[in-house]
Design a protein. Structure first.
Length: 437
């Protein structure tokens, strides 16, 4: 029977239903009977109402068409269902504008000439092609793509061809977030258009007549108070910050060690001169201290000393040294997977046979862009330690007959399980573990 060390396994609580009072805050933008409250701009696509649905049909030799709300909206959640035919690109405009006369606008130092009656602004893409970027965010009539889905395979796979799909779009302050059929799709922060109309696009099809259509139904909106940030857990589809969504972890049996709302089950490590530690927007945030700042896992559940995996997403926010030192148990001792140390680029295990991460066989070098999430995964078996950053394997070291230990000094206080930074501000999310079969 192998000795065991017990660590926390917290399951993330999620609200699955909306309250009756919340439901009463929604307003229907489409009454199901006619197009009262909507105005067409741009091209001459045909919009009509059929069986409680808005139907948009393209017309040859006309530009993109938009059926738009008469009024503007600033901070809101927009939900709707849509059913596009394969071959017809479409989209949902939010915070968009249209001018009665031609006008030039400047965005990020560039000048854009906007024709009269040309709808322009943020568009949540409807893309039934094989590319499948439905839910991405495009700046219609101005800058083009702001956030596509080439790095978000779960969202691409969430689209259902020739069937009803669901959008959830949240606009609050400078943030726009989208979900497709409950899957986080895209998130941006952009300051250009803080408010505007909502529109349903039918893309132009050129000269060839095509019998295509796109349908929308159940178009509803809930206005938000921008001064009070929303609790991301009010959304049953919340999986942590959607910005730069990472693919799901491989394998089964993953359990959360961080609930995304509090430091429940954790304590701030008593490093001398440590910086502030807190939780915001589903992230564990560790701010820069005089030297080390970190947290320890304190509540427990059975995890063996080997035969398990750990994983988390880590982001370097500010500073020039390691933004993640993940300390963990291996056999009868502990060690740390150091990421971004010794000036910001060293990766490795501290320590092996008395040599730290900068001077042993695991030493590697990697650039770490600020404000970007990196998926970190560590596998501990009886014979070896393996570690990955994204899909890149950084560590593969045998531990038999090796002296494995945490580097001498204050970092020893991170044992048996802890996360620390050195003179660096960082954020963490999706902290998980699982047993290996």
């Amino acid at each position: 029977m192998q000795p065991r060390l017990t660590l926390l396994a917290l399951l993330v609580p999620v609200a699955l239903t909306a309250s009756a009072s919340e439901a009463s805050d929604w307003i229907m933008l489409f009454n199901g009977h006619n197009l009262d409250g909507w105005t067409q701009h741009g091209g001459k696509a045909v919009y009509r109402v059929d069986n409680g649905q808005i139907v948009g049909m393209p017309v040859p030799n006309t530009p993109n068409s938009f059926l738009c709300t008469a009024r503007t909206y600033k901070d809101f959640i927009l939900e709707l269902e849509f059913k596009p035919m394969t071959g017809l690109n479409s989209g949902v405009q939010v915070r968009s504008e249209v001018f009665a006369e031609p006008k030039s606008v400047q965005v990020d130092g560039k000048t854009f000439k906007i024709p009269a009656d040309r709808v322009h602004g943020y568009q949540v893409e409807i893309d039934p092609s094989e590319r499948a970027w439905t839910g991405g965010i495009y700046d219609e009539g101005r800058r083009g793509w702001l956030k596509d889905l080439k790095d978000n395979e779960p969202a691409r796979k969430a689209f259902k061809a020739n069937a009803w799909n669901h959008f959830r779009i949240e606009c609050r302050g400078d943030m726009i977030k989208t979900w497709l059929n409950g899957v986080p799709a895209a998130e941006i922060r952009d300051h250009v258009t803080p408010a505007g109309i909502i529109g349903l696009q039918v893309h132009g099809i050129g000269k060839d007549p095509k019998e295509l259509e796109v349908r929308w139904r159940n178009v509803r909106l809930k206005q938000l108070d921008a001064a009070t940030p929303s609790d991301p857990r009010e959304d049953p589809n919340w999986t942590g910050p959607a910005y730069q969504a990472l693919p799901p972890l491989e394998g089964e049996g993953w359990q959360y060690l961080f609930d995304g709302k509090s430091l429940d089950g954790w304590k701030v490590t008593e490093f001398a001169g440590h910086g502030p530690v807190g939780v915001r927007a589903g992230r564990l945030e560790i701010e820069m201290g005089a030297m080390l700042t970190g947290v320890n896992l304190v509540r427990t559940n059975d995890i063996p000393r080997h035969g398990y995996e750990l994983a988390l997403d880590a982001m370097k926010v500010d500073g020039s040294d390691f933004f993640c030192a993940l300390t963990f148990v291996t056999r009868e001792s502990c060690c740390s997977f150091v990421i971004g140390g010794w000036g910001g680029g060293v990766v490795g295990i501290s320590s092996i046979d008395g040599n730290d991460a900068s001077s042993n066989e695991t030493t590697k070098f990697k650039d770490f862009e600020k404000n970007k999430w990196f998926r970190v995964r560590v596998r501990v078996t009886q014979d070896k330690i393996e570690a990955w950053i994204g899909k890149e394997k950084m560590v593969d070291v045998q531990v038999e007959d090796r002296r494995i230990a945490v580097r001498p000094g204050e970092i020893e206080d991170s044992q048996p399980f802890g996360i620390a930074t050195y003179q660096t501000t960082a954020a963490f999310r999706n902290i998980q573990w699982r047993p290996l079969k």
